[in-house]
Design a protein around this ligand. Structure first.
Ligand code: 2P0
Length: 320
């Protein structure tokens, strides 16, 4: 018996950074993201009578490092008393480089494991379970513009606007590949404990969420650009002010930001956002996409450029 699900990563425009309950993986702040279309992770979860223990294969290679985290997620979806499974994952973009590979991986894993268990949980329940494994994964259950609302006891995730309703484009400039120096989970805890800016970050998040919600409702690109860049730079200020500091950027990250500033000065509708990694994501309108693509590809040091529209939430592909 097996189930295969597919999920796209999401890019936060209003960021999740910090936890209020690390045990239950509850975020300190709400967040708003866009779900991508062309980048994806496929997860196959299967029972096999020959298995004595769980197996994890990522892009064709056995991976012991990620297995405990995968097993914790399987435990919440399949229950503690379960048979061993083989988990096979395929990802068409670089893993662990600030491109939210854990979001698409845990969203797809949750949907596939739920189907294997024939539980048929609601999307909201699946989002909540995926979020326990990786906070940002909860958002990949939904498509288009997605809000994760931080409620007193739990989180609630919903789509603010369908992808087809406002078909923005995302151009990702890859400035370095390879794993990041400090993983997000650990880095967030360091920020919470040591950054002098952390409390202000949490306090101000509701106003950034409200501004982004309003911009998305009114399809106001310039208002969304202003609040998204502000929120991104504020999150990185929290990281830079942590002890030890967490600087995810490299010199090419800054060069890409300058490229985007130059485009903005020429009146091109584009803005940047950067996560826990050195890649720069440029969000723009469909009319601007080729100009943004060329400008980032020509920026010295950029290794590759990927392009994606906005897409749908995680979905089950097949069961057998
Ligand atoms: C986000 N990031 O909102 C933010 C912006 C990185 C920077 O969510 O500890 O892998 O698994 O809940 O979701 C990355 O953190 O962290 C992240 P955990 P996650 O997209």
């Amino acid at each position: 018996m097996r189930a295969i699900a597919r999920a796209q990563p999401n890019i936060a425009l209003i960021k999740y950074w910090g936890k209020r309950d690390a045990g239950r993986n509850l975020p300190a702040v709400g967040s708003i993201s866009v779900t991508l279309a062309e980048l994806y992770t496929t997860m196959c979860v299967e029972y096999d009578d020959t298995l004595l223990d769980d197996e994890l294969i990522i892009n064709g290679q056995a991976d012991g490092g990620m297995l405990p985290r995968i097993q914790r997620c399987l435990g919440t979806v399949l229950g503690a008393r379960r048979r061993p499974v083989r988990v096979t994952s395929q990802c068409n973009f670089p893993i662990a480089a600030g491109l939210a590979s854990s979001a698409s991986a845990f969203a797809a894993l949750t949907v596939a494991a739920d189907a294997l268990a024939e539980r048929k949980r609601s999307t909201d329940e699946l989002a909540s379970l995926a979020g326990r494994a990786s906070g940002s994964a909860a958002r990949s259950l939904y498509g288009g513009f997605v809000e994760l609302e931080n409620r007193p006891r739990d989180v609630s995730v919903s789509s603010l606007r369908a992808a087809a309703d406002w078909p923005l484009q995302v151009v990702v400039a890859i400035t370095a590949t390879g794993p990041k120096p400090v993983g997000s989970t650990e880095a967030m805890e360091i920020s919470r404990k040591t950054s002098p800016f952390f409390e202000r970050w949490v306090e101000q998040q509701p106003q950034d969420l409200a501004a982004a919600r309003e911009a998305i409702a009114g399809r106001d690109f310039s208002a969304l650009a202003t609040v998204a860049e502000h929120n991104c730079l504020k999150m990185h200020s929290v990281m830079w002010g942590s002890r030890p500091p967490m600087i995810y950027w490299n010199s090419v990250t800054l060069a890409c930001m300058q490229t985007i500033r130059n485009l903005q000065e020429d009146g091109v509708p584009v803005f940047f956002t950067i996560d826990a990694g050195p890649q720069v994501k440029a969000v723009c309108t469909p009319e601007a996409v080729s100009q943004v693509h060329v400008a980032l590809a020509e920026t010295t040091g950029v290794e590759a450029v990927m392009l994606s529209g906005l897409g749908e939430g995680a979905a089950l592909e097949s069961t057998a």
